[in-house]
Design a protein around this ligand. Sequence first.
Ligand code: SER
Length: 315
Amino acid sequence: MKKILVTGAFGQIGSELVPALQEKFGKDNVVAMGHEKIDESYDGILEKADSRDKNSLETIIKNHDIGTVYHLVSLLSVKGETDPSLTWDINMNGLKTILDLGVRFDLKIFWPSSIAAFGPSTPRDNTPQHTVLEPTTIYGVTKYAGEGLCRYYNIKYGLDVRSVRYPGILSWKTPPGRGTTEYAIEIFYEGLQKGRYTCFLREDTKLPMMYVDDAIRATIVIMEAPLENIKVRNSYNIAALSFTAGELASEVKKYIPNLEVDYKPDKRQLIADSWPRTIDDSEAKKDWGWTYEYDLPKMTKVMVENLRREFGIPA
Ligand code: SER
């Protein structure tokens, strides 16, 4: 088979997608590409390159006979606001480079969008698949523009590029990143290690979330769906659960009864307030059979169990 390339392989999603792809297709068929962040303990084919560097990517695609690319490189919402130009450069020019190579080498491409593509003018409850997209962060602008670019490359060149709008993803293998939904990971890290957590969002802030195993499954399932089932070519809404910061804290307290949580909303609250509360994912369900498995109690349990083991904390 032609090999699979994963860019951003050592980020939050990549760290979990690469092992899942290795298990499914064999270690010899998966190439992990990192740039600044590389896990030295990684066992498999490794390439170090900047995803904006067309020549390096072209060499990697040719040398490894790549047929599929999961292009995961991205700066997230909070980091993005610290340097909008860099965020545009990495998120958009990286994507365009991959899409151009996709046309040239007939690649099948996965690229993640996000709930951040929506903005304050989008209906926040049961957000429809096709709706107003007026994001107010540079991260969201790159996701919105990226969706348009993917759709355009499909229309213009017939490129098979597929995408989902990830909600906030909860995972434990990589430390919390610089996003807005990352409060939901921080509460586990700090709760278990320090017994207290100051949340940067209000207690009643509700956002769409998903456990990483479900996100990985969505990613692989959409890529395996028959071509004719992929009807949405900008990006599919997918949903699992939606909870408030307070609801998550109550669930985590079932495992850490003495946990102290307080709420000191900062400018990240404005970002959270511009995003949906719940998502309508009926088109993903209908077109390629999307379902989720992890609800709030199940997700909380696996997060706590895995992080206790990581930190060497007895139950
Ligand atoms: N986790 C992302 C963020 O908060 C959402 O796509 O930036």
